[in-house]
Design a protein around this ligand. Structure first.
Ligand code: PLP
Length: 414
């Protein structure tokens, strides 16, 4: 099997048992190109999950017995692993959530309760719904105004002049994605953060699509909040991270109540636990959190930069082959974009048709609005098909994908 990249792709693929699967009636070998939605999980992470259930399962923070202490130690070791992974100052700034969505909801719900009617939140037109709807809910609850940075006319990039014009004395929060899950555009995080800070706003960066493709450094970004999900970085499902600047987290009220988030409870009132536990109500997915450690280790062992370079080579190959197919339109051509290709084919094939036909040939892509309806409106489409690459994809898979597009092309006589 030929493939670009500087690691042993066959050995790497062997770590992912799911890649041996076949799909569809014809029993085609799976080509998994839906990595933006979720990435697959290597054996070492699966083994860590099995280990958690078969060796150390006991609720965290509540027991003096050995198993509970081991489970607690494993969870807290992951917290410190995340801290060093993103370069946070303290492990107390790392809050475990169910995912990016819950992390953003936490900030929108808690931080926005400190704001006043008429204050403004700025998002972008390329946000995932998870970085729009929580702010809408907060805006309705507290009388805030929500605005969105548009795309620069004729490009896949944010219009930062429009952003500059939007910033004002009522701007309190700027929330934006580091990487678009549809266009693949890599936004200039530090520049946007600096502009927002200069206007006195706090910044949340949605790093869901960035975290497995570029090294996140809290200090380099200088963001106040960062959200990401384990399942998009080869880790277990149902676990996310909210990084928050300590002074802000200290000022924010709890998001949910119950469990270990208290210091003391009376019927009339309660007081709150220290960070990070103030924001971690109820029993967390401690088995998954412990296994998340193995995923971060795997990611760093494989090398985020090497993975990104590998994915980039696949992207260049796929786009150059797709450009030769008449009727194929690719949405998102920003320089330096991530390995995400959103596309449509001719006037007759809907994104759904493309996805269904590719599936019959064993190729998994995602279709639809990708939880980015405002962006779909801006692009003037109802939906797109999306192929996205990860560490384990190969050049042969790219060729199979493009061959399948050629067949679809013939079916629709595009
Ligand atoms: N933000 C972006 C940019 C995403 O791509 C996604 C998921 O695709 C999310 C947020 C939501 O992530 P999760 O469903 O893991 O909470």
């Amino acid at each position: 099997m030929t493939t670009p990249g500087s690691y042993d792709i066959e050995a790497l693929r062997a770590e992912f048992p799911i890649l041996q699967r076949t799909v569809g009636e014809a029993g085609a070998p799976l080509v998994y190109l839906d990595n933006t939605a979720t990435s697959q999980t290597p054996d070492c992470v699966v083994r860590a999950i099995v280990d958690g259930y078969t060796r150390t399962k006991a609720n965290v923070h509540r027991g003096v017995h050995t198993l509970s202490q081991e489970a607690t130690d494993a969870q807290e070791a992951t917290r410190r692993r995340v801290q060093t992974f993103i370069g946070a100052e303290s492990h107390e700034e790392i809050i475990f959530t169910r995912g990016t969505t819950e992390a953003i909801n936490l900030v929108a719900s808690s931080y926005c309760s400190l704001l006043s009617p008429g204050d403004e939140i700025i998002v972008t037109v390329m946000e995932h719904h998870s970085d729009i709807v929580p702010w809408q809910l907060a805006a309705e609850r507290h009388g805030l105004r929500l605005r969105a940075i548009p795309l620069r006319e004729g490009t896949s990039e944010l219009d930062l002049d429009a952003f500059a014009a939007m910033l004002g004395e009522r701007t309190r929060v700027v929330a934006f994605t580091a990487v678009s899950n549809v266009l693949g555009t890599v936004n200039p995080v530090r520049r946007i953060v600096d502009m927002a800070h200069a206007a006195g706003a706090v910044v949340l960066v949605d790093a869901a699509q960035a975290v497995a493709h570029e090294r996140i450094d809290v200090r380099a970004w200088d963001a106040d909040f960062i959200a990401f999900s384990s399942h998009k970085m080869y880790g277990p499902t149902g676990i996310g991270v909210l990084y928050g600047r300590r002074d802000l987290l200290d000022r924010m009220p709890p998001y949910q109540g119950g469990g270990e988030m208290i210091s003391h409870v009376d019927i009339a009132r309660s007081t709150w636990a220290e960070l990070p536990f103030k924001f971690e109500a109820g029993t967390p997915d401690f088995v998954g959190i412990a296994a998340f450690h193995a995923a971060i280790d795997w990611l760093e062992r494989t090398g985020i930069e090497r993975i990104a370079a590998h994915e980039h080579e696949l992207l260049v190959l796929a786009e150059s082959l797709m450009d030769e197919l008449p009727g194929v339109r690719i949405y998102g051509r920003a320089p330096g974009k991530c390995a995400i290709i959103s596309f449509l084919m001719g006037p007759d094939a809907s994104a759904y048709d493309i996805g269904m036909l590719l599936d019959q040939m064993g190729i998994a892509v995602r279709t639809g609005h990708h939880c980015a309806q405002p962006l779909m409106h801006a692009l003037g489409v109802a939906g797109v098909a999306r192929a996205s690459f990860a560490a384990y994809n190969t050049a042969d898979e790219v060729h199979r994908f493009v061959d399948a597009l050629r067949r679809i092309h013939r079916i629709f006589r595009l």
